[in-house]
Design a protein around this ligand. Structure first.
Ligand SMILES: Cc1cc2nc3c(=O)[nH]c(=O)nc-3n(C[C@H](O)[C@H](O)[C@H](O)COP(=O)(O)OP(=O)(O)OC[C@H]3O[C@@H](n4cnc5c(N)ncnc54)[C@H](O)[C@@H]3O)c2cc1C
Length: 360
């Protein structure tokens, strides 16, 4: 998230420095599932669905621009995505959830379908007999998120961004129109700051009048050996990467800041995947890992500007791959201009949690 915003700020002509931790850091951007996913986003906050669609629509141009600038192909594709159900009941629940999502006030409806086993098999011939059906949306896509991470870093540095690794921000002070960020290597001063420090934003925010209630949420992922392409579409929790491996995932666990892989969870992920695609039973697993999502209280993003410390902004979300295009192309220019427009960003202010607390 920080590198997407930094890239966008530099493109908008700002002088930017990125303060980061070292290689050993909690870093969702190195451990995610790499979906650019639209179909199920926004139940409970219709503007989140529109924001996600806006990013998804901008993704192809964003990927092209990164490739032209850095020579790195981030392998973005938007073939459409299925969420497979392993029972009729699960399929009905999925259909009900998507109908509720699409019927919300203020929703910009988009096309999706609920399809039966035969229709899924037409698109994904390798599915198993237990697949009852699926929801499908043509707007879902994916990329290689490690290449995205690398392209953003290469791109921002080409645009003149100063990257400062091993400079964890310990504290921030504000006065006389500037911020002073204290790290173990010294002090960095700036007139404007963006807090995009993942799960540490909850600690840093109050130092500059920002409320950023995020917590770690663990996700575990499996990747198989490389095989010949057999998927023309993506499946939520199951996708073949540009390099041929099949990623199976990803769990959703409240385990605090513990990024450990656990056998019971991995075995459930593997079992579900084999029921969906029996051919996976013949593949070797080459790697498993866990990473920590940056999760807000209600699962929706937070973007704010500080009222008490003008020039401080917050940005936190759990779908930073999907939203990378929006952060680089739409959020960063507004930060560069010095103001977040209410039309775009007021639904995402953390002030919504104060309203919820007062109503409780
Ligand atoms: C298992 C899993 C699956 C996911 N799947 C998807 C997916 O399919 N699609 C999708 O869109 N998103 C997905 N995500 C989410 C996505 O990875 C993140 O939203 C994205 O990486 C952006 O994260 P971030 O930059 O907010 O946080 P992180 O990547 O965690 O980065 C935080 C950064 O802040 C730095 N930092 C922390 N504290 C400080 C400090 N005090 N001073 C300086 N620097 C600091 C860290 O060093 C780190 O570089 C997934 C995440 C996980 C864990």
């Amino acid at each position: 998230m920080g590198s997407a915003i930094a890239w966008g700020l530099a493109k908008a002509g700002q002088r930017v420095a990125v303060l980061d931790e070292g290689d050993i850091a909690y870093r969702a951007s190195r451990g995610n599932f790499a979906l650019v996913w639209v179909q199920s986003k926004g139940l409970g906050l219709a503007p989140y669905s529109a924001w996600t669609m806006r990013s998804s629509n901008a993704w192809a141009g964003f990927a092209d621009e990164l490739e032209q600038q850095t020579g790195i192909d981030v392998c973005f594709q938007r073939p459409g995505g299925f969420t497979l159900s392993l029972s009729q009941r699960e399929l009905e629940a999925r259909a009900g959830m998507l109908e509720r999502l699409q019927s919300q006030p203020g929703m910009q409806r988009f096309e999706y379908e609920i399809v039966d086993h035969a229709r899924v098999k037409g698109a994904l011939p390798q599915i198993g007999p237990e697949v009852a059906g699926a929801s499908y949306s043509r707007f879902d896509g994916h990329c290689n998120s490690l290449k995205l991470f690398r392209a953003l870093h290469a791109g921002m540095q080409q645009l003149g961004v100063t990257y400062l690794p091993e400079q964890r921000v310990e504290s921030i002070e504000h006065g006389a129109g500037e911020f002073r960020l204290k790290t173990a290597k010294g002090e960095v001063r700036a007139r404007k700051i963006v807090l995009a420090a993942g799960i540490d934003s909850v600690r840093l925010g109050p130092m500059v009048g920002l409320h950023i209630p995020v917590r770690p949420q663990r996700g575990q992922i499996i990747v198989t050996e490389k095989v010949a392409p057999f998927m023309n579409y993506i499946v939520q929790n199951l996708r073949q990467t540009d390099e041929g491996g099949v990623m199976l995932g990803d769990s959703v666990e409240e385990a605090g800041a513990d990024p450990t892989v656990t056998t019971p969870v991995i075995s459930v992920l593997a079992d579900q995947a084999v029921r969906k695609f029996p051919l996976l039973a013949n593949l070797n697993i080459v790697r498993t890992w866990a990473a920590l999502r940056v999760m807000t209280q209600d699962g929706f993003p937070i973007y704010d500007e500080s009222a008490s410390c003008p020039g401080a902004y917050s940005a936190a979300c759990h779908s930073g791959v999907t939203l990378a295009a929006a952060h680089a192309l739409f959020l960063a220019p507004q930060i560069a201009a010095g103001h977040l427009s209410a039309d775009d960003f007021s639904p995402f202010s953390a002030r919504r949690f104060d309203v919820q607390a007062a109503a409780a």
